[in-house]
Design a protein around this ligand. Structure first.
Ligand SMILES: Cc1cc2nc3c(=O)[nH]c(=O)nc-3n(C[C@H](O)[C@H](O)[C@H](O)COP(=O)(O)OP(=O)(O)OC[C@H]3O[C@@H](n4cnc5c(N)ncnc54)[C@H](O)[C@@H]3O)c2cc1C
Length: 308
């Protein structure tokens, strides 16, 4: 399995396959397993349907590692339109943004200025921007940008980020973020990282996830636990119960198209759930990371493909 994980993560970075797949009808049809659609309206329709099932949404306009300033501004424009649409349609939704889509690899200053514009827009409309976390070469610069923006009084509470339990540094990062009351989404981590920076064994990642989730739950700040792992969820539920932490003080997050049964059960049991809804034409790297997490998804997709 570790071999398949590495294989799909390597595939996620293959530019030729990416451009071929993103243009192919077959590829698009396969991607619909995890992607809400190609257009903003598709995402808004899905958001509304998810809201009707009692769950909140975070919208992700797919794309990463842009290669020009113009592309970065175009990507930001989609998010500005989303924030307006969320307000106009009164959706229970916020946005999830990758800084490499906002030009981080071209210029950190460019990405920070764009993120600032989005956080200002979110703050004006009482909304929230989550800065997704990418690979470990970008952890520090991402956290620095989030902390600087959050330190501005007008943006306090309007911007938060993601911490990955597989990184050794995450406990120290959480301590710093908590000192500033910054909202965190805790996930296990979706990239291929070297042993110098990240736990390699699932058992160690899981143990760290439990430890970090307890730090977050105990903090009094509203955080998100992003996982489909039933053991992680059970551990968080029992810790919250033991500490008298009300289910309204945190949320679980899951990906669109993954473990809908768990999502429904949590809502039924009175927990808050937010679904991460990605959309757009640049679905390939996101899709490959989902296959890396669960290679059995390939069989599932193949079965459905031949059935269709
Ligand atoms: C809302 C949300 C936001 C995220 N944001 C980020 C981010 O910013 N940066 C980042 O690095 N990672 C992010 N991730 C991905 C995360 O890091 C993991 O790669 C992913 O969630 C799988 O880990 P897991 O906790 O579900 O546990 P795992 O141990 O990987 O899986 C546990 C079980 O969950 C189910 N499962 C997990 N993944 C899948 C899948 N793709 N398809 C079908 N079933 C699956 C399977 O039943 C599996 O046995 C995010 C995840 C979520 C849910």
């Amino acid at each position: 399995m570790p071999f398949l994980r590495s294989f799909f993560i390597a595939m996620s970075r293959n530019r030729t396959l990416r451009s071929l797949s993103e243009r192919s009808v077959v590829g698009r049809r396969m991607s619909s397993r995890f992607v809400a659609g190609m257009e903003i309206d598709d995402a808004l329709r899905v958001a509304q349907a998810v809201n009707q099932q009692g769950m909140a949404v975070t919208l992700d306009s797919l794309g990463e590692s842009v290669t020009s300033q113009i592309e970065a501004h175009q990507a930001a424009e989609v998010y500005h339109r989303l924030l307006d649409a969320i307000a106009a349609q009164k959706l229970v939704a916020n946005i999830s943004v990758k800084l490499t889509q906002m030009g981080l690899e071209l210029s950190p200053q460019l990405a920070e200025t764009i993120a600032q514009g989005l956080a200002e827009h979110a703050a004006r409309s009482g909304n929230f921007v989550r800065i997704d976390m990418e690979d470990s070469s970008l952890t520090q610069v991402t956290l620095d940008i989030v902390r600087r923006l959050h330190a501005r009084p007008d943006l306090r509470g309007a911007i938060g980020t993601v911490i990955q339990a597989y990184l050794y540094r995450s406990e120290a990062d959480i301590e710093q973020l908590l000192a500033d009351s910054i909202r965190v989404r805790l996930c296990k981590g979706a990239y291929k990282e070297p042993v110098e920076v990240a736990f390699a064994r699932k058992k160690d990642v899981d143990a760290n996830y439990v430890r970090l989730s307890q730090m977050l739950l105990d903090s009094g700040v509203y955080h998100a636990l992003a996982t489909h792992d039933e053991a992680m969820i059970a551990s968080a539920k029992s810790f919250a119960k033991q500490r008298g932490i009300n289910p309204s003080q945190f949320e679980f997050q899951m990906l669109y198209g993954v473990r809908r049964d768990l999502q429904r059960n949590l809502v039924r049991d009175g927990f808050k759930v937010r679904v991460y809804v990605p959309f757009g034409r640049e679905w390939y790297p996101y899709f490959m990371r989902r296959l890396a997490e669960r290679p059995a998804n390939v069989l599932f997709l193949a079965r459905n493909f031949f059935r269709a």
